[in-house]
Design a protein around this ligand. Structure first.
Ligand SMILES: [Mn+2]
Length: 280
């Protein structure tokens, strides 16, 4: 059987009818250690084609929501700043068309462009970040737009960010948190659901760095950290957020596919399905 190359391997895609638009962004410019995250979107889309569209938990075929996959955004010769601008513009266009954006990365920097666009559309708005790292450095390896600075830049926009699964920070990040009196970083392995949800505004954007998960289930990432979150834990979290708040968009970033180890690609694809299903 031939499965078309799009999220879900769908035979019929219609942009007009789709509520969800999958936006693959293969940006990889500031990765610190193991490269390969530019291949993340392709691996997730490929895996998504072999996953059941019917979700047992939700009792429905998620493709019925209407999912449309855009071609990958590529940035070969563009600067980081130009790339971010382009990402923001792409997101603004989709938001204007009232689409739910599910973006696939690519390095975490993409979230800055995406979130900037959401900030223009939504007023009562905050970000839920699932990640091993708080990404609060002011600068890293000479750039302010490194993946290691992305949540600092988002906070610079005046957006509240709640971090979950965090277990790696440097001293300057702790200093920044103290100075800004930031109390919305929740360290792994704890997931205090009530506190997390009460820290979130009405409209929530989820940025999911796959290294927030435990490396035993998610080894395919550039800078893995031991002691991460489990599959059912993050699902319960996202499900509860969807119940009590409105999830308005999401991204899954930092997947660096490993040759011959496909289960993490399938995990990321299933996670994308779950986010879509819980949110819509
Ligand atoms: Mn991270």
């Amino acid at each position: 059987m031939y499965l078309p190359y799009n999220f879900g391997g769908l035979n019929n895609q219609s942009y007009k009818k789709a509520k969800v638009v999958v936006l693959p962004i293969s940006l990889e410019k500031t990765v610190s250690y193991m490269p390969g995250t530019k291949f993340g979107p392709r691996a997730i889309i490929n895996a998504s084609r072999y996953i059941e569209l019917f979700d047992i938990e939700m009792g429905r075929d998620l493709s019925q929501i209407g999912i449309f996959t855009l071609p990958e955004l590529l940035f070969a010769k563009k600067s980081l700043e130009e790339s971010i601008k382009e990402i923001k513009q792409a997101a603004l266009n989709l938001l204007k068309d009232k689409k739910f954006i599910l973006s696939l990365g690519g390095e975490h920097t993409i979230s800055y462009g995406l979130i900037s666009a959401f900030k223009e559309k939504y007023k009562d708005f905050s970000v839920l970040q699932i990640d091993a790292h708080s990404d609060l450095r002011d600068e890293y390896e000479g750039t302010k737009f490194s993946h290691a600075c992305v949540m600092r830049r988002v906070r610079d926009l005046g957006i509240s960010v709640t971090g979950v699964g965090i277990r790696s920070q440097d001293e300057t990040e702790i200093g920044y948190m103290k100075k800004k009196k930031i109390k919305t970083i929740f360290y792994a392995p704890m997931i205090p659901l009530k506190k997390i949800i009460s820290s979130l505004s009405k409209n929530v954007y989820i940025t999911f760095d796959v290294d927030g998960l435990d490396p035993s289930i998610m080894p395919s990432t550039g800078t893995p950290e031991p002691g991460g979150l489990g599959w059912y834990e993050v699902l319960s979290l996202i499900k509860q957020v969807a119940k009590e708040r409105k999830i308005v968009g999401a991204d899954i970033v930092e997947l660096s596919p490993l040759k011959g180890i496909i289960f993490p690609d399938f995990l990321a694809a299933k996670l994308a399905y779950k986010i879509i299903g819980y949110s819509l």
